[in-house]
Design a binder for this molecule. Structure first.
Ligand code: GDP
Length: 372
């Protein structure tokens, strides 16, 4: 029965087939000795899903993303097992974060950069970390048409709008999605986020290189920009530097260059690079990519690249624990039932806030002390 259901995935890349095809254990007969679980329509055994992802199958990748993004407890174990299986085949990419105010030209830039990279034989995957998506249901990358040409490319994968849900934030699963992309053979990962504060910091903790996109002559003046954001940038790109705006962009770029001299970048021998260009016309794209390659080379030589990734992984573990605890707490049935009453009592002055905290936490931990 297992063998009937199992179909060898179609490998898109011969080299990857040789490398990975034998490593994933196909469902064996031993599996049948234990009572086989009925497999729901559309539900692939996890080994098969992993193998299909490694083979570069887009539908398998999309399924896996849905699985890791799921907030339903019944999917957690499967998602964890899948990531565990794929983990050895991850990490082999350049991860780039791109931030900027809405309208700065991020999607236009990503599309042009993506198409350029595909020409250079790269496989490009795009992910949006959208802090507002729980409210607006995805204000960036909301519709694929914004990167129409890129989304039609066989060697590009665009995750349109993250389904973060109300708990834990939309960034919660972004790191797992990056790992899935890498397992599927994407070697450049572009993570887009809107420049509105916390989301840049979150994205910075999951990428190797961080670009801030700006437009001269708007709110992006030296005075207007938050110092913290400049501190995390490895490069700045003044976009829409055409016509009248070209001179403005050049002036702004000089201004920022001077200011950035006073910042100390965590990488020795690296001064944030400043570009003026036009995403629309493809000006500055090649120069930007050359800079990324230079940065990767320098940081790999001096070790920062690897140290940074290790640090990011450790941080991710503890951040995930915080998110998991929060999610389990708020998803707990008794807590969900209790919260409206507790809220009413706080509002009516019948319960002090400190006692409300104690009541809810006690309830949760008394129910869960022997679990997990
Ligand atoms: P995002 O919100 O940062 O993703 O910005 P978009 O990429 O959607 O761009 C917003 C608008 O600016 C769109 O109408 C683009 O066509 C336009 N745009 C983007 N890059 C450029 C550029 O380099 N020059 C000009 N003139 N317009 C651009």
């Amino acid at each position: 029965m297992e063998n009937e259901r199992y179909q060898e995935p179609e490998w898109h890349d011969k080299e990857r087939k040789e490398k990975f095809a034998v490593k994933i254990v196909k469902p064996s007969n031993a599996f049948n000795e234990v009572k086989p679980r009925p497999v729901k329509k559309n539900e692939l055994p996890i080994e098969e899903l992993a193998e299909r992802i490694l083979a570069g199958e887009r539908t398998a990748l999309a399924k896996a993303i849905t699985l890791v993004e799921s907030n339903s407890e019944k999917h957690f174990d499967k998602a964890r097992k899948l990531l565990e299986m794929l983990m050895p085949q991850t990490g082999n990419s350049i991860r780039i974060g791109i931030s900027g105010i809405p309208g700065a030209g991020k999607s236009t830039f990503i599309e042009k950069l993506g198409l350029y990279l595909i020409e250079q034989n790269h496989k490009v995957a795009v992910l949006a970390v959208d802090p507002s998506s729980t409210i607006t249901k995805g204000s960036i990358l909301g519709d694929k048409t914004r990167m129409e040409k890129l989304s039609q490319q066989e060697n590009a994968f665009i995750r349109p709008s993250p389904s973060g849900g109300a708990l834990g934030g939309v960034a919660r699963k972004s790191r797992e999605i990056i790992l899935l992309y890498e397992a599927a053979g994407y070697d450049v990962i572009l993570v887009e986020t809107v420049g509105v504060g916390q989301s840049e910091i979150t994205v910075r903790t999951m990428v190797d290189f961080f670009l801030l996109m700006m437009i001269a002559g708007t709110g992006d003046s030296l005075q207007g920009i938050k110092r913290g954001i400049l501190e995390i940038a490895d490069a700045l790109f003044f976009n829409k530097a055409e016509g009248e705006n070209k001179t403005k962009s050049e002036i702004a770029s000089k201004e920022f260059e001077t200011a950035l001299k006073y910042f100390s970048h965590p990488v020795k021998n690296w001064q944030p690079q400043i570009f003026t260009g036009s995403a629309l016309n493809g000006v500055g794209i090649k120069e930007f990519w050359d800079t990324v390659l230079k940065f990767v080379e320098i940081t790999k030589t001096e070790g920062y690249f690897y140290e940074n990734r290790k640090k990011q992984t450790v941080n991710w573990v503890f951040e995930t624990i915080e998110n998991e605890l929060k999610m389990r707490f708020y998803n707990n049935k008794s807590i969900r039932q209790l919260i409206p009453q507790v809220k009413d009592k706080i509002i009516n002055g019948e319960l002090l806030p400190v006692n409300a905290v104690e009541l809810l936490l006690r309830k949760y931990f008394s129910e869960n002390q022997n679990k997990d």
